[in-house]
Ligand binder design. Structure first.
Ligand code: ASP
Ligand code: MG
Length: 410
């Protein structure tokens, strides 16, 4: 049987009728030898434009209706691409989420895929057609249209690939792969040939916006090999794959940075059981995601607690924390929104000691003060002053990626 391929084209790749025609050429060439499923995003800027229309009519439009509006962007692209394919003699059929059927929960605006019935797509393929699927959308139990969260067509593509057991899943985008770090910050950044699902999950969650994080979770769960590559040329991109045994040989795979961070310190809180729950319970209840947490052991029966939140949530978090300060008799609350987080990720950290020490040395050589540190099995994150973030990324890249390249540390 001919290989089965899922391709996903992002917004810039289908941003104009000319671009859609170019995508059709590309798909047509592949369709000569492969069975093709193509998942599309809305044309660039379209989802923002649509959501703005809804908000122009109401400050808080009904999420169900917002999804009906937003999902129309992908509907248009899917049909336009099918038309462009037919024009090139390639039979194609568009599918909306509910036609596929991509079943989700009812969390409008951030729905999760629960199951996919690949039956109708398979039938179209058997009849020799290219199946063009509108990304980003699904349908809930009640038959309402749902959307999967911004960037959600990546997840549509990986989930469809898993459901139909595709031989490969290509994400075609406006960058040519996943880089060791942001090339705009560090010219020495280089494209990775491959990266494990776990490393990609860490990097995606740290603001390397190449793939929607849920798509990587899906890929990991179902063992989907994802090829991230450019839609503007034919060169190989980066393979996001299940872990392979040699991957631990490389100490550091990537360095991410995130300026969307703010720090809150509560000083002089009584040091007793239940304190952390008292602080972080209400913050979690307000849906604010706390990242790095630091607590000192105090000497006089009190302690200081510092933690980071997304910058946009600082004001909301401070209102909650101020209440906690009054209730607990804490001394004062300080905040700082000029911080940034730099994270160093690599499977090799699991089995090699000394990576953290090299990180701290590299920062020390540049005179960069570390305010907070957190670690996981394959990641070290440091919180530093925002104004040193570019310098830190370059220094760490030079010390750990360029010099450590292919290194087998002793
Ligand atoms: N069109 C949607 C968005 O802009 C989904 C996607 O592009 O993946 O977020
Ligand atoms: Mg996108």
């Amino acid at each position: 049987m001919r290989p089965l391929t899922v391709q996903k084209y992002g917004g810039t790749s289908v941003g104009s009728v000319e671009r859609i025609a170019a995508v059709a050429e590309r798909v047509a060439a592949r369709a000569a030898k492969e069975r093709m499923i193509v998942v599309v995003s809305a044309m660039a800027g379209e989802t923002d434009r649509l959501l703005k229309l809804a908000r122009a009519l109401s400050p808080e439009p009904d999420p169900r209706e917002c999804d009906v509006v937003a999902a129309s962007g992908e509907q248009v692209t899917a049909a336009l691409l099918s038309i462009a394919l037919a024009e090139r003699g390639v039979p194609a059929q568009s599918f909306l989420g509910h036609q596929v059927r991509i079943s989700t929960d009812s969390a409008h605006g951030k729905a999760r895929i629960q199951s996919i019935d690949g039956e109708r797509i398979s039938r179209a393929l058997d009849e020799g057609r290219v199946a063009v699927v509108a990304g980003f959308q699904g349908v809930d139990e009640r038959g309402s249209i749902t959307t999967l969260g911004r960037g959600g067509s990546d997840t549509s593509a990986v989930a469809v690939a898993a459901a139909v057991k595709a031989d490969s899943c290509e994400i075609l985008t406006d960058v040519d792969g996943v880089y060791t770090t942001d090339p705009r910050v560090c010219p020495q950044a280089r494209k990775l040939e491959r990266i494990s699902h776990d490393e990609m999950l860490e990097l995606a969650s740290l603001g390397s916006k190449v793939l929607q994080i849920r798509s990587v979770e899906f890929a990991k769960r179902y063992g989907v090999r994802v090829h991230v590559r450019s839609s503007f040329n034919d060169s190989e991109g980066t393979w996001v794959v299940p872990e392979e045994s040699t991957m631990e040989d490389v100490l550091v795979t990537g360095i991410a940075h995130d300026k969307d961070q703010a720090k809150i310190t509560i000083k002089g809180v009584p040091d007793r059981p239940g304190l952390a729950a008292r602080i972080f319970g209400p913050i979690a209840a307000a849906n604010i995601i706390v990242d790095v947490i630091l607590q000192n052991t105090g000497e006089d029966g009190t302690t200081d607690v510092t933690f980071t939140v997304p910058r946009g949530e600082l004001a909301a978090a401070l209102r909650i924390v101020d209440e906690i300060r009054r209730d607990t008799g804490a001394k004062e609350v300080l905040s700082d929104s000029t911080i940034a987080k730099v994270s160093i990720v690599g499977l090799g950290m699991r089995s090699h000691a000394g990576v953290a020490a090299s990180i701290f040395e590299a920062l020390a050589r540049e005179g960069i003060n570390i305010q907070m540190i957190s670690t996981s099995e394959i990641k070290v994150s440091v919180v530093i002053d925002e104004k040193y973030v570019e310098l830190a990324v370059r220094a760490l890249h030079a010390a750990l990626v360029e010099r450590g390249e292919g290194a087998h540390p002793s």
